[in-house]
Every structure is written in structure tokens, then in C-alpha cells.
Design a protein around this ligand. Structure first.
Ligand code: GDP
Length: 311
């Protein structure tokens, strides 16, 4: 599965709950990673990890449930300008541990594996798209770029999105097991994540798009856009900014050539023919995941739609 944070993690959790013997590989966006207070923070990896470990703050979709923010408050006395990023006390423990592993010379792939093992996640191979830095940069004015977190958290998505670049993607290599995971997959699923800010960075890493294109398994994309809008987050601004229609059709256009099957929300059933004209096989269902039951139902629907058995 290819995943960003909140939306992607929901479907990942669905599959995690129905697969027993099958190895679930999750290739996760690291384009919104950042360094603050000397710590390496990887928001999407953490959201997936916390979700699978049952630790996530379900209301927000990220961070640790019932976390406190005392350390951040204390840090704001020292770092007057850097306390805009919300880091809870338990969350901080993850960043301290990961940063120490990276400082000792472990790669981000290895650090992620160790974190997952410590949280008891032994049935998932959660991996960063790359061990090298790739940063999603949002152009908000002619020649003015913000990092994704500055755009999203600090500026609360208030700027127009004029362009998006993935800084470092030309030199970055795919994470340790990424290409192999894609090549050996029985099914590849592009989760309902922000196409441009979460899946785009993964596709920008040299070799990943090519490997996806030539994969001979079933490739499925799940829409994150329902009734012309994202359920959460700025995917609409990113899609419009890059010239894509803000609709499931726009998503299907963005993933053309990378997926064969498109999971369309039943509220957008009228777009089925148009998406089929792009070459997809389209399946229509309720894609909104508000509960674990919804996540499992959608995961089962996808397996059934492509003729794969749960195992
Ligand atoms: P982020 O990295 O935390 O922004 O999270 P993602 O990129 O993984 O997810 C954001 C996208 O998930 C948004 O475009 C949402 O519309 C989509 N999303 C969130 N929840 C759901 C859901 O229950 N169903 C569907 N189909 N999309 C969802």
C-alpha cells in the first residue's frame, strides 16, 4: 500500500485487521518530515504507526490519544518561533528515540522497523519512501516556497497553492525494501491520501513510479475526494493549484497509468463512465471510514472486487 497520514492510515488499518498470513507492506510518505528542537519528526509514518498500534488520537487522526503538551509549552520558552508544531509528550518520546537511532547510524527504514517492533507491530512492514531527504515544498507566491508543515500547520493552509515541488527527489533513492515490495506484491493499493501532498512525493522518488508502471499485479486507487471535496485537509487546494479537477475524476487522471482499478465513492457514481473512459475498471461503494467496521468493510470490498481472498 502507498500511504500518507490520516486518510491512508484508515485503510491500512482495515487491511491490517483482515490479513493474517499475508505480509502487509506500507510505503509511506516522508515529504512532510521536519526537524525541530534537534529531533527528526516523520508525521505520516507516525500516524500510520500510532493508528495500527491503537494509540492514535482518533478525533484528530494523528498524535497520541490523551497526550499532554507540557514539554512543548516548556520548550516554547526557549524556542520562541518554533512551537507552532504540535508535539505531545508521548509523541515526543517517539521522536527522541527515532532521532537517537538515526544519530547512531541507523537508516530511517531501520529506525521505523525498530519503532514498529517496540510497539508490537509485527505483521506490517512499514517503510519510508526513501531514507534520503525529500521535502514537499509549496509555492505560495512567485518564487516563495513553504515546507508542507509550514503551509499546513503554521499558516493553516491560508495561502494559495501555485506549484508544488519535491525537493531532493532527483537524488533520493527508494527506501531499502520499497522497489522489492512493489515488484513482489499481489496487489498494490494507492490509499485515499492527498494525491499531490502525500502520494505525489512517493511517486517523485526516482524508480518508484517506473516500478509501479511495470508491476504486473492488480493496482488499485481509492478516491480521497468525495462530492468534489476532501473529507479533511487541503487536497482540493493542491489539486486545483496543479490544474487537476477537484473530483474523483481529477484523482483518476492523476493516477492514470499507475492503477487499473478505481474505487469510486457511491456519492459520485455519476462519474463512473468518465473514469472508465480513462481505462480504469471502476467499482462503486461507500468509501467513508468513520469506524474500524467501515475500514474493514472497505478493505474486504477491495479484495472481493479484484478477486483476491483474505489470508
Ligand atoms: P495526511 O498526510 O495526514 O494529510 O493524510 P492523507 O494524505 O493520508 O489523507 C488525507 C486525505 O484523506 C484527504 O484528501 C481526505 O479526503 C482523505 N480521507 C480521509 N478520510 C477518508 C475516508 O474515510 N474515506 C476516503 N475515501 N478518503 C478519506
Amino acid at each position: 500500500m502507498l500511504s500518507g497520514g490520516v486518510g491512508g492510515a484508515k485503510l491500512v488499518e482495515g487491511f491490517y485487521n483482515i490479513l493474517n498470513k499475508t505480509r502487509l507492506n506500507v510505503i509511506c510518505n516522508t515529504g512532510d518530515d521536519l526537524e525541530l528542537f534537534g529531533l527528526y519528526i516523520s508525521p505520516d509514518l507516525d500516524t500510520v504507526m500510532y493508528t495500527l498500534a491503537g494509540l492514535v488520537d482518533e478525533e484528530k487522526g494523528w498524535g497520541v490519544r490523551d497526550d499532554t503538551f507540557r514539554c512543548l509549552k516548556a520548550l516554547s520558552e526557549f524556542y520562541k518561533k518554533e512551537s507552532w508544531f504540535n508535539i505531545g509528550d508521548c509523541d515526543l518520546a517517539t521522536h527522541i528515540f527515532r532521532t537517537e537511532l538515526l544519530t547512531k547510524g541507523y537508516s530511517l527504514t531501520e529506525a521505523t522497523r525498530i519503532l514498529c517492533e517496540n510497539l508490537g507491530l509485527d505483521r506490517v512492514n512499514l517503510q519510508p519512501m526513501s531514507d534520503d531527504p525529500v521535502r514537499t515544498m509549496v509555492m505560495v507566491d512567485s518564487g516563495v516556497y513553504l515546507s508542507f508543515q509550514e503551509y499546513f500547520v503554521k499558516r493553516k493552509c491560508r495561502d494559495p497553492v501555485l506549484n508544488v515541488i519535491y525537493k531532493g527527489s532527483d537524488e533520493a533513492k527508494p527506501g531499502g525494501h520499497v522497489l522489492e515490495s512493489i515488484a513482489r506484491a499481489d496487489i498494490i493499493i494507492i490509499s485515499p491520501s492527498n494525491p499531490i501532498a502525500s502520494i505525489g512525493p512517493i511517486l517523485s522518488v526516482k524508480g518508484i513510479r517506473e516500478q509501479l508502471k511495470k508491476a504486473d499485479c492488480i493496482r488499485v486507487a481509492v478516491t480521497p475526494i468525495i462530492q468534489g471535496a476532501p473529507l479533511k485537509g487541503p487536497a482540493d487546494k493542491f489539486m486545483a493549484g496543479l490544474g487537476f479537477e477537484v473530483s474523483a475524476l481529477g484523482v483518476a487522471e492523476y493516477y492514470k497509468g499507475l492503477a487499473d482499478v478505481f474505487i469510486l465513492d457511491e456519492r459520485d457514481a455519476y462519474l463512473k463512465n468518465k473514469i472508465e473512459e480513462l481505462g480504469y475498471k471502476v467499482h462503486v461503494t461507500d468509501t467513508v471510514m468513520n469506524s474500524l467496521k467501515d475500514k474493514i468493510r472497505l478493505s474486504r470490498f477491495i479484495l472481493k472486487a479484484v478477486g483476491l481472498k483474505e489470508s
